[in-house]
Design a protein around this ligand. Structure first.
Ligand code: NAD
Length: 364
């Protein structure tokens, strides 16, 4: 029996609805394998702004630091959308990433054979897609200084700075190569080395890291070409490794390959122990979906699959993670669909019914 401490932050909108189902799945895992997941639930995002005047309280962050993992639903909504407001829901996520030192964002994208029609791309293009995008999360253009705007004789001007250091590239590249070893052993490094010095540094450091992984094949691809190949031949990618802004854009593009946002999990990881596990934050890639909040039609599978990633990367329980993923595959194969993934005219189930089906499969 293993025991873990999990910080549960459901957030706003459909966040609490999908988190509820993920926790039931976690209970089923605990029961089947006799593990113990001690859970501490707290408010973040808009819910925390309403109650405490801040999106992330210091004590919430402290508790997350002491936990083995954070399960995060989604934050935001029209009530808190004013971009000029001094406190905004997404500050919770940024504060957690920074406060927990989470520098590698992982987004697996897999096309289920039964859901090929949910993708805007043709089924024959999407079939067989099984890729993992590893995005650097705490450096580059979004964090570089100077970042400011000013008035000058020629009118308004602004500057953002793209900066990377060798250790920042090294640690995320190592994560990508380690993960590639457990997959099809190919890393595609995505860059803009024909223009950017930061990309040339990335290329050098990634090649140095690659020497330590002779069993993993490395290729380099320009970011513009990658954007094209993601919709032309998505099934050809295994692990994509890239810097922060390129990853931000490419992960959204890649997510469309699978169709619904309601199917896609993510993990944000920090420093790993020698067995490959370490603290992480796990969340679906979708937002709080205010348009469907309270209707019990949100797809909980992205959140449930995020929980599977937590079992694998923070708890070191790959067998349990695979069982959850297999249970999700099984309910999809048996034709259960929330409305976002249902074909026209196909019967759909509610959020708790989808959760019930995954739990029942795990128990069977
Ligand atoms: P969204 O992801 O919330 O929704 C986009 C569309 O996808 C909506 O039509 C929604 O109904 C649908 N959708 C999303 N998740 C679904 C699910 N699990 N099942 C079925 N359908 C689903 O994006 P948005 O509408 O651009 O943003 C809404 C709010 O969420 C905003 O306040 C935004 O800032 C916030 N947001 C938060 C996060 C986060 O917490 N990580 C991420 C993105 C957006």
């Amino acid at each position: 029996m293993a025991r873990f401490r999990i910080s549960v932050l459901p957030g706003d909108g459909i966040g609490p609805e999908v988190t509820r189902e993920a926790l039931r799945v976690l209970d089923a895992v605990a029961e089947r394998w006799s593990h113990r997941f001690d859970r501490e639930e707290d408010l973040v995002g808009g819910a925390a702004i309403d109650r405490y005047g801040t999106a992330l309280r210091q004590e919430t962050l402290e508790r997350a630091r002491k936990a083995d993992a954070v399960l995060f639903g989604a934050v935001g909504g029209p009530k808190w959308d004013d971009p000029r407001a001094p406190v905004r829901p997404e500050q919770a996520l940024l504060g957690l990433r920074k406060g927990l030192g989470l520098f590698a964002n992982l987004r697996p994208v897999r096309a289920h054979d039964e859901l090929l029609d949910a993708s805007p791309l043709r089924a024959e293009v999407v079939r067989g897609t099984d890729m993992l995008v590893v995005r650097e999360l705490t450096g580059g253009l979004y964090f570089g200084r100077p970042q400011r705007r000013w008035r000058s004789a020629v009118g308004r001007q602004a500057v953002d700075t793209m900066r990377y250091s060798e250790p920042e590239i090294l640690r995320v590249a190592q994560v990508a190569f380690e993960l590639a070893r457990g997959r099809r052993k190919r890393v595609t490094h995505v860059h803009k080395a024909n223009i950017l010095d930061t990309s040339r540094l990335w290329r050098e450091v990634v090649e140095e890291v690659a020497r330590g992984y002779p069993d993993v094949e490395l290729d380099h691809l320009l970011v513009d070409a990658c954007a094209m190949h993601l919709v032309r031949r998505p099934a050809s990618f295994d692990v994509i490794l890239t810097e922060n802004m390129f990853g931000d854009i490419l992960t959204d593009e890649a997510s469309m390959v699978a169709g619904s946002m309601g199917m896609l999990p993510s993990a944000s990881l920090g420093r790993r122990r020698s067995d490959g596990t370490g603290r992480g934050l796990y969340e679906p890639i979708h937002g709080s979906a205010p348009d469907i909040t309270g209707k019990s039609i949100a797809n909980p599978l992205a959140m449930i699959l995020s929980t599977a990633l937590m079992l694998r990367y923070s708890c070191g329980l790959p067998r349990e993670a695979e069982a959850v993923e297999a249970a999700v595959d099984s309910v999809i194969a048996r034709g259960l669909r929330t409305p976002d993934i249902a074909a026209p005219g196909q019967r759909s189930v509610s959020t708790p019914e989808m959760g019930d089906a995954v739990v029942a499969t795990l128990r069977s």
